[in-house]
Design a protein around this ligand. Structure first.
Ligand SMILES: Nc1nc2c(ncn2[C@@H]2O[C@H](COP(=O)(O)O[C@H]3[C@@H](O)[C@H](n4cnc5c(=O)[nH]c(N)nc54)O[C@@H]3COP(=O)(O)O)[C@@H](O)[C@H]2O)c(=O)[nH]1
Length: 512
């Protein structure tokens, strides 16, 4: 598969994953919103029910206290008065010996009516409740009404369920029930809905129920279908979907741009090696005991028409793209020419060059003794190699011996970080050990690494090494390292890595 196709697929997959994840998040919030709406609706209905129950108490308890013995004008007047401000009640009936004798709507009845059996009796208040889906009130005999009839003492109350129907809720279906042991008595709404809730008849999140705090036997079940919820909130949904799409598209574009940028960084580095975008800088190394300049470390820099890249960016690419040896050859050619031309640099000045451990493993270092710029140089060439597992082979050890025999100094770089095998100190025929700058930085905080410097120095003395501490920035660090017996120092305290021209000027202020 071609690289640009791979890139597009990764970008499309990322965009797709972000879009799908966004949809899940959207769905999650929609489900939360739906649940909240259902709970709000159920509570609204239960509040209605509680108000209706309170209204029944407010009307019938005082009426019963009158203890009327017959239905006359005074009885009817009190009944009508009680009904006047009601919200749910539409009619009150008066019973004598369990027979309805008069109602607020029809007045005194010519024929008394026997009371019917209730659906259930609320034992706590001795209230008898009956649901009537089609009651023909005495006042409106031609018009069936859906009502609840509640009997308390000698009075009953007809409560119109239309007050519930016009409830200000979003859920289109709901039911109010009274639970009596295992039996459910329908009171209002859609009959049977309550028993369906909790079965698999509905989609997740679209049903819910709540019970009254005043009487836990009164409960309301609510069903708000997703379709209705989405149609109620379609504008919000469309905006959220558009935003999710945008997030998907922008992450795809971002990934595409990142891949392109990374690829172009690789290409810049590859081209830069041929076109001379790399240049080398020189950082002074001084003798801690005398303060004199004894050498420098060669450090690479990169700059092309797109700007600079840092070693942390280009060194891994050089390694990954197997350009290490070409890079090292370019470094040697340029730096030896630059340094040799600086007359102020004396014979025996130590030039430290960084060598990639993989070039030791692959045997490229065996070519170094054939490079005349190195072997004929008036400088001591010190090869800095990071301690690495590549160095732990008999082949690597053989290469090191050859390099030493050819007159190179070897320095173990970044000592104390990453791979460490103390056996190497004895076997590697190295001259120098370089304490990593993290150990030096630790001095200020008196950290664990700083406390290990004396132990490192013990090893240095035991194996007859010289020692360089890198990353010295302060006089305090310098003093402690000097006391610990560290031979050489490198760091911003003495000078940052500088170009050949700046280094030349720097040298005019130094004594060797
Ligand atoms: N094989 C090669 N490796 C190279 C070459 N050029 C650089 N490198 C390696 O890249 C790593 C990062 O190098 P750089 O960003 O240049 O950092 C070096 C110094 O600038 C930095 N330094 C020196 N003094 C101080 C200081 O006082 N404070 C501070 N915060 N930083 C300081 O330390 C780095 C020294 O690196 P080293 O001694 O090699 O460990 C780095 O690993 C380089 O090796 C190259 O041409 N070839």
């Amino acid at each position: 598969m071609k690289k640009y196709q791979q890139k597009s697929i990764i970008a499309v997959i990322t965009g797709g994953v972000v879009f799908v994840a966004g949809c899940f998040v959207l769905l999650y919030f929609a489900a939360q919103q739906l649940t909240t709406q259902i709970n709000t609706d159920a509570k609204y209905i239960i509040d209605h029910l509680d108000s209706a129950a309170q209204e029944r108490r407010d009307i019938l308890t005082p009426l019963n206290k009158f203890a009327f013995k017959q239905c006359d004008e005074a009885t009817l007047l009190e009944m009508r008065r009680a009904l006047f401000d009601s919200k749910y009640a539409i009619d009150i009936g008066f019973f004598i010996n369990n027979q309805l004798v008069c109602t607020t709507g029809a007045g005194l009845l010519s024929n008394v009516i026997n009371d019917r059996e209730p659906d259930y009796i609320r034992k706590d208040e001795n209230v008898r409740v009956r649901y009537e889906p089609q009651l023909y009130l005495l006042l409106f005999t031609g018009r069936p009404m859906k009502v609840i009839i509640v009997r308390q003492g000698n009075f009953n109350l007809i409560m119109d369920l239309r007050a519930f129907d016009s409830a200000g809720i979003e859920s289109p279906s709901w039911e109010v029930i009274y639970k009596e042991d295992e039996k459910l008595h329908h009171l209002a709404g859609i009959e049977g809905l309550f028993s369906q809730v909790g079965t698999h008849s509905f989609l997740p999140y679209e049903t819910g129920f709540t019970c009254s705090n005043n009487n836990a036997n009164y409960c309301a079940a609510v069903h708000l279908p997703w379709s209705k919820f989405f149609s109620n909130n379609h504008l919000l949904l469309i905006i959220s979907l558009i935003l999710t799409c945008l997030a998907g598209v922008s992450s795809a574009l971002l990934v595409d741009a990142r891949i392109a940028a990374r690829r172009s960084t690789n290409q810049r580095i590859k081209k830069g090696l041929k076109k001379g975008s790399f240049y080398w800088t020189y950082q002074p190394i001084i003798c801690l005991q005398t303060g004199k300049l004894i050498g420098c470390e060669v450090l690479a820099r990169f700059e092309d028409k797109y700007g600079a890249l840092f070693p942390d960016e280009f060194i891994p690419v050089i390694r990954k793209k197997h350009l290490t040896w070409a890079f090292t050859e370019a470094m040697i050619a340029t730096t030896l020419k630059e340094l040799t031309s600086i007359e102020a640099l004396p014979k025996g000045f130590k030039v430290s060059l960084n060598i990639f451990p993989c070039d030791v493993e692959q045997g490229n270092v065996s070519l170094l003794p054939q490079i005349t710029e190195l072997t004929d140089s008036r400088f001591i060439i010190c090869l800095e190699i990071t301690e690495d597992e590549y160095l732990d082979t008999s082949m690597a050890h053989a290469h090191f011996r050859t390099l030493v025999e050819s007159g190179f100094n070897l320095s173990l770089d970044d000592f104390g970080t990453g791979y460490s095998n103390l056996r190497n100190l004895q076997n590697l025929s190295f001259h120098q050990l370089k304490i990593d700058r993290t150990f030096v930085q630790d001095i200020a905080t008196e950290g664990l690494k700083a406390s290990m410097i004396p132990n490192i120095m013990e090893l240095v003395h035991k194996f007859n090494y010289t020692c360089v501490a890198e990353g010295i920035e302060t006089s305090e660090q310098e003093a402690i390292l000097k006391t610990a017996g560290v031979h050489y120092g490198q760091g911003w305290k003495y000078g940052k890595p500088m170009t050949a021209a700046t280094f030349k000027t720097f040298l005019t202020k130094q004594n060797f």
